[in-house]
Structure formats: C-alpha cells, structure tokens
Design a protein around this ligand. Structure first.
Ligand code: NAD
Length: 441
C-alpha cells in the first residue's frame, strides 16, 4: 500500500484516485474547487461516469480516499503525486501548461520526503523534462524528487472500466527508481505495462489520440464521398472491418469528433510539429475535415428549408457522446447558436447534459430564437418542423421511426449519428438525412 496524492479531480484525476483506492492504496485527491471537494466528501461525484459514485462512497467509507483543497497536507508525505489537471487549448492551438506549472510549484513547496511526481495530463513532448527542472528550481526541502510520464487513455463514458481494465499502462521514465515504484503502484491492477523513455511516453499519448481522430475524419471524408457516388458508408465500414489490419472500431461516420481530447490534441500535435519546423499534413487534414463535418447537417437543412425562423426544432442529444455530461467541443455547441441566430424555437433533450448546456445557453429568448429544455423526447418532437440528432443516447435510439411521423408536424429528421436504418425510416414515412447514406426525401 502506498500513499498517493492526485492533483485535479476531473475525469482523469478523480477516476485515477478512486481506482488507486479501490486496489488498496491510500489516496488524497486535491482540487482548487471547494464546491467540488465538498460534493465529493458528501459522496457525490462532480462528473457523470458510470460506477464512479459507488466506488467513491465505498472507498470513502473505509477511509482509503479523501478529498481536500489543502494541497500541502496531501503532498507533504506522499510516495507519489499524480498530476491530472487540465491542459486546455490556447488560441494558437498549443497546450496551456499554466495549471501544470501551478501544481509543480505547489509540490515543490510542500514535499517533505522523497517523492515521485507522475504526469497523467496530456502534455507536449519534453514537458516532463521541464516539470522536473521547475520542481527542482522551487524545491524547499532537501528531498529527492523525480518526474515520470504516465499518460491516461480512458474514454469518457466508460472511464472507470477503462482504468480498471486498461489495455496498457504506459510508463515513461529514464530512472530505475521511478520505473520500479510505478510498477509497484500498478501491480494490483495486473495490466500490461509498456515502459519507455519520457519523451516517447508523451508522444504515445498524442500519436494514439491523433490516430483515432484521423480514423474518424477519414471515415467522415469517405462518408461525404459515399453520398456523392451513391454508396452507403455503413456498408463500406462493415466491409472494411473484416480486415484485421483496419479493425472494426472507430469506423462510424457522423458529425465529427468532439470532447476534451481529440480536438485539442490534434491541434497541439500540429503545433508541436510546427515549432520544430515540420508540417504534420495528415493531422492537419483531419482537423479540417472535422471542422466542416460539425455543421454538415445544419448546412443540408438550410438548403432544404427556406428559413428556421419561428420553426419548432427538436434537438436530441447535446453532449459530445453518450454516457457523459461533458459538452466540450460537442457538435450541439456549434449548431444550436446557428439555429438560434436564424430564429429557431428549439426544444432540446439530453438525459444528463441539459443542465450544463443551459449554463451556456439559458432557457428562454436569444435574439430571434428561443430555447426550451425538455425531459422527455416526445415533448421535443410534438409538432416539430425539423429534428436534429446530435448524440446517440439510448433514450434517443429507442424512439421508433413511426414516432417521428406521428408526433412531428413535418417528419424531417437530420441524424448526425446514423442511428436509424434508412429503409425503416422510409417505410415509416420520415424524410431522413444522415451521414454518408442515401437520403429519404
Ligand atoms: P478537467 O478539466 O475535467 O479537470 C481538471 C481539474 O483540475 C479541475 O477539477 C480543476 O479544478 C483542477 N485543478 C486545476 N488546478 C489545480 C491545482 N492547482 N490543484 C488541484 N487541482 C487543480 O480535466 P480532465 O478532462 O480530467 O483532463 C485532465 C488532463 O487529462 C488533460 O491534460 C487531458 O487532456 C487529459 N486526458 C483527459 C481525458 C478525458 O477523457 N477527459 C482522457 C485522457 C487524458
């Protein structure tokens, strides 16, 4: 059993902390947000992730996890401190490292015994080198401190499962001491471990995320061509998936990738390449395709309708993917403002994301447009002139085609997630537009 502190209780930090506690370590999670800390102490997770709250409550009850804003008390005698704070995108596409720098300084001022600092946040190559130097520069006590890279690969919506059953743990360090300690910390998980040098570990994270973003953009590019030539992208993907070199995952065409990682990590790697005088053309292309893809359905609908002004528009799904309350870079955030600007009367449904969305677009009038949040899909569809599907929540998928015909004033559906069978929508009498497949007009 080791004493672990975790800096940052977002999707990465909190889930890591809870999973380390679950396997028997003594964990203290640190956040600067007092409200979050109070929530967590009362057994409530500040983020929506399946199974997380149960594990928080279970481990808190037995005293294996605690939450605090008092970083000094958490860091001073920790064996290892995991950094999981945000590294958001800056206007030029580069990663903002100010949160990492703050934590590094807090660590340097707090630690009273030898300690391994582990960077879990996604950071540009060579950042670990700088963090180590930065901590040494500000170190108050005479103790040994090293920094290792341990990038995180969890996916939101399945974060707890992904952490407990990760496909691999990447350890990036040139130090035997750090490598052995990390191996011991991860031993109870019994997962494959890949040990490389720090810069390679940092690169593995970007190269993996950007490869997945590329795969999605490639399929979206192919989908757009499928529509033009009369092919069906789902059939194309199915045919491709049998090739073991391609695999069956990440072949779904749609309205582009969102979330807190792919958009920022593609831009960050492009920026890192630029700083080294190299143009990363493949990643640049993925970014461009994704930008266009996000408003693809809005543009299609704009061509079909004279105006959105005064039309009742049902919006089904607001989060960037199902299973999370996260809205970062979600397609809804691009499309809803466009619709409001055009005077649409939006009725939006999302089982968990509506509250967060309402913080950005409060219920009520927005210029010519209006937005209302509803807790049941039928209310959104009732009398609607057009419907947009942005997230493939189970609740949305369970709406049978006939419902659109029965409830909507005009059964006109733009599906950004290809959740319906085209023939079934046609048979139900729904005008149906999706991505990379035949339109039902
Ligand atoms: P997040 O924004 O959800 O959470 C970050 C947390 O850090 C916030 O709660 C914030 O209050 C806290 N914080 C800021 N400064 C702090 C400080 N000085 N001390 C303690 N806490 C502080 O972020 P996230 O989505 O968990 O992402 C964190 C990092 O992990 C990013 O680099 C991201 O790219 C990477 N990552 C994210 C995912 C994901 O799916 N979200 C997956 C893999 C990697």
């Amino acid at each position: 059993m080791y004493k672990i502190a975790v800096a940052g209780t977002g999707y990465v930090g909190l889930v890591a902390g809870v999973c380390f506690a679950e396997v028997g370590h003594q964990v203290t999670c640190v956040d600067i947000d007092e409200n979050k800390v109070n929530l967590m102490k009362s057994g409530v997770s500040p983020i929506y992730e399946q199974g997380l709250e149960e594990l928080m409550q279970k481990n808190y009850a037995v005293g294996r996890i605690d939450y605090t804003t008092d970083y000094k008390s958490a860091y001073k005698d920790a064996d290892a401190i995991f950094i999981g704070v945000g590294t958001p995108e800056q206007p030029d596409g580069s990663a903002n490292l100010s949160y990492i720098a703050t934590v590094a300084r807090q660590i340097a001022e707090s630690i009273e015994k030898d300690c391994l600092v582990v960077v879990k946040s996604t950071v540009p190559v060579r950042t670990n080198d700088k963090v180590e130097q930065f901590i040494q520069d500000f170190l108050v006590n005479d103790v040994k401190v090293e920094v290792a890279s341990n990038p995180e690969f969890l996916a939101q919506g399945s974060a707890v499962h992904d952490s407990l059953h990760a496909e691999r743990i990447i350890i990036g360090t040139e130090s035997k001491w750090a490598e052995e300690l990390l191996m011991k910390l991860y031993e109870p998980f019994n997962l494959p471990i890949v040990s490389v040098n720090r810069r390679s570990a940092e690169m593995i994270k970007y190269a993996s995320n950007d490869f997945l973003a590329l795969k999605i953009s490639y399929m979206n590019d192919i989908a757009n061509l499928c529509e033009l030539v009369g092919a069906d992208v789902q059939d194309v993907a199915k045919g491709m998936s049998y090739d073991a070199r391609i695999g069956s995952k990440f072949l779904n065409a749609g309205i582009g990738y969102g979330g807190s990682c792919f958009p920022k990590d593609t831009k960050a790697l492009e920026n890192i390449a630029k700083q080294h005088g190299y143009e990363l053309r493949t990643v640049k292309a993925a970014i461009e395709v994704n930008t266009d893809q996000k408003t693809m359905l809005y543009k299609k609908a704009s061509k079909r309708l004279i105006t959105f002004n005064g039309l009742k528009v049902a919006v089904l799904g607001l989060t960037f993917k199902p299973g999370t309350d996260d809205l970062r870079e979600a397609a809804s955030l691009e499309n809803v403002p466009l619709l409001l600007e055009q005077g649409a009367d939006i009725y939006a449904f999302d089982p968990v994301g509506a509250e967060n969305f309402a913080k950005v677009h409060p219920e009520g009038k927005h210029g010519k447009g209006n937005i209302t949040y509803v807790s049941n899909i039928e209310e959104a569809l009732d009398g609607a002139n057009v419907c947009f599907i942005f997230t493939e929540w189970g609740e949305v998928k369970s709406v049978i085609p006939r419902k659109y015909k029965e409830l909507m004033r005009t059964p006109l559906v733009y599906d950004g997630r290809n959740i319906y069978n085209v023939t079934e929508m046609q048979e139900a009498g729904v005008e149906y537009h999706s991505i990379g497949r035949k339109a039902v007009e």
